[in-house]
Design a binder for this molecule. Structure first.
Ligand code: ATP
Length: 332
């Protein structure tokens, strides 16, 4: 499948968006003056911001105004919401990257510390499972990756991606969102669509040590320009009454619970998290079908997961167990 790729806003566009972030009117002349540019350069740099999920009004005689103020990521604010997890984190915020996961994997091979977090305002080639694309706008989502190093080998990490789902649900509960649930192996869903995706990419030996990059994409206020690229129903935190202003808080709480789950997992694996995961699984004890890589489809009733995070499906031929690999769970 071809990965969709967007172009990246120019540094000048970011500078102008910073001036416009307050949601007030700013004249082209004033912005041109403060950045030492011509008005034509301002006009050109703002011409196509719609493609980044941003709505900008331009009114003759008054200037430019964002339809919604921008709430930039702020490392100090994020850390302030992460509780004691902040001491385990090395947080870096970038204006853009092709994919936060790809960049952090690269940094991991160069020795980046456990707890390194890369958050990006704009991802031009966000990735999902199986080469799929993760779409997000500028400033209206969270797209970040966290590196965690484990003593154990890759073989002992099965179930970790489900553990990440548990961490996300704990953070959502702390935010007061009660109607989110999980879809095996690691989608986070609201009643009207997908809220967040999780992508784990691991490095290391089967016997250890190992390093995992955990990528999270979460919709905060999904703009129509982004929604139209998504092939399935999607939802956002705004639909739960959590406004975009809480962007840094949401990220801080996600990190707080992610770090806690990493520690729990390092000590005891997935087994102690399993009941909590099953409790949040929207397909638990429900009929469902599994799509296999060869195009086949298996129907059955979901009977939870194993202590390693594999799906248990009761089929007409008895209980079958599936690893996440290349299979996808769907409603029947
Ligand atoms: P599976 O059920 O196999 O896990 P998935 O289709 O949900 O599958 P992921 O890799 O988790 O796969 O996520 C990628 C998919 O998520 C894309 O193919 C697209 O359908 C959807 N998607 C992409 N961007 C967004 C977004 N911002 N919000 C919601 N869904 C999105």
């Amino acid at each position: 499948m071809k990965q969709a790729e967007y172009d990246t806003p120019k540094p000048l566009t970011f500078s102008l968006l910073r001036l416009l972030a307050d949601g007030e009117f700013h004249s082209g002349e004033e912005m041109a003056h403060s950045l030492g540019l011509s008005r034509a350069s301002v006009h050109n740099a703002l011409q196509d911001v719609g493609r980044y999920g941003i709505t900008l009004h331009s009114v003759r005689g008054r200037g430019y105004q964002l339809a919604q103020p921008l709430h930039w990521l702020d490392a100090a604010q994020i850390a302030g919401h992460a509780g004691e997890a902040r001491d385990s984190l090395h947080l870096e915020i970038l204006d853009h990257a092709a994919s936060s996961n790809a960049l952090l994997l690269q940094r991991a091979t160069q020795g980046a510390a456990s707890g390194t977090v890369l958050a990006v305002e704009w991802q031009s080639a966000g990735r999902g499972r199986l080469g799929r694309t993760w779409h997000s706008g500028l400033g209206n989502a969270l797209t970040f990756s966290m590196l965690w190093r484990f003593e154990c080998g890759l073989a002992a990490l099965s179930g970790l991606s489900l553990g990440v789902g548990v961490a996300m649900l704990r953070a959502l509960h702390e935010l007061g969102v009660q109607d989110a649930g999980l879809k095996w192996p690691n989608d986070v869903l609201l009643p009207d669509g997908k809220l967040a995706g999780i992508l784990l990419e691991a490095q290391g030996d089967m016997l250890g040590p190992s390093a995992v990059v955990i990528g999270i994409g979460m919709n905060l206020a999904l703009p129509p320009q982004t929604r139209e690229h998504i092939e399935q129903a999607a939802s956002d935190l705004a639909a739960c009454g959590i406004p975009l202003q809480q962007r840094n808080r949401v990220m801080g709480l996600l990190l707080k619970h992610l770090v806690a789950v990493m520690r729990e997992f390092a000590a005891n694996g997935f087994a102690p998290l399993r009941a909590e995961w099953e409790n949040d699984h929207l397909f638990q004890q429900r009929p469902a079908k599994l799509l296999l890589p060869d195009g086949k489809c298996i129907e059955g009733v979901v009977r939870g997961v194993t202590a390693e995070g594999a799906l248990r499906l009761e089929t007409a031929h008895g209980m079958q167990v599936f690893n996440a690999g290349e299979v996808s769970l769907r409603r029947v």
